[in-house]
Design a protein around this ligand. Structure first.
Ligand code: NAP
Length: 177
């Protein structure tokens, strides 16, 4: 197995740990004064595969105008429903351990876990996440969709670095295995 192919959670959250409001709005995030593209394109170059939950996929399809944003990557969308693949994504109900091991057994670059919180919880419980890059917005939204759902898991992290993009702080952690 090629252990160099890391599974990386790269995500943005409010200071109080939410990734969207209860009605799926990200306005609080997009209204923040960042710097350049806040490091996204640099990160994007390091991955060739993208994983996301069905609700995150639905958000992207509804809100991103024009082309699917991850067209040039292999993109898997987790859902428990049976759905026809599109030219942009493969829908999967595979066990997260099974799919991660399958991907890691293949040659490739890093794997981006986009979110959301519900899908992330399955990966955290199984300790499948290798790195976390969290961009913190200077916003407290009080309630919303949590980044980290309650559950029986504990992960110990090693701080690899921090960067700021104007009002954003990026925290880069490696997960202790
Ligand atoms: N701030 C950010 O950077 C960021 C990043 C990503 C997402 N978001 C936001 O987060 C929100 C969505 O997050 P969320 O936590 O509500 O939902 P989510 O994790 O994106 O999607 C949940 C859905 O994914 C499927 N799913 C989850 N775990 C699964 C598993 N282990 N196996 C198979 N299918 C599984 C289920 O789909 P079915 O119901 O179809 O079975 C479930 O309903 C959206 O508003 C999105 O915009 C924000």
């Amino acid at each position: 197995m090629n252990n160099k192919r890391d599974l990386v959670l790269y995500i943005a959250a409010s200071l109080d740990g939410y990734i969207a409001t209860e009605d799926d709005s990200l306005d609080w995030l997009f209204n923040v004064e960042g710097e350049g593209d806040n490091g996204i394109s640099e990160f994007y170059e390091t991955v060739d595969t993208v994983l996301m939950g069905k609700k995150t996929y639905d958000w992207i399809v509804k809100h991103e105008s024009g082309e699917f944003p991850y067209k040039n990557k292999e993109c898997y969308v987790f859902t428990r429903s049976t759905m026809e693949d599109t030219e942009d994504v493969k829908f999967t109900n595979k066990n997260v351990v099974g799919l991660t091991n399958e991907l890691k057994s293949q040659e490739g670059s890093n794997i981006w876990l986009v979110g959301g919180g519900e899908l992330l919880q399955s990966f955290l419980k199984e300790k499948l996440v290798d790195e976390i890059i969290l961009t913190v917005a200077p916003t407290i939204i009080g309630k919303g969709i949590p980044l980290f759902n309650k559950g029986d898991y504990q992960l110990d992290l090693i701080l690899k670095g921090t960067r700021t993009f104007n009002q954003f702080v990026e925290l880069h952690y490696e997960v202790k295995k």
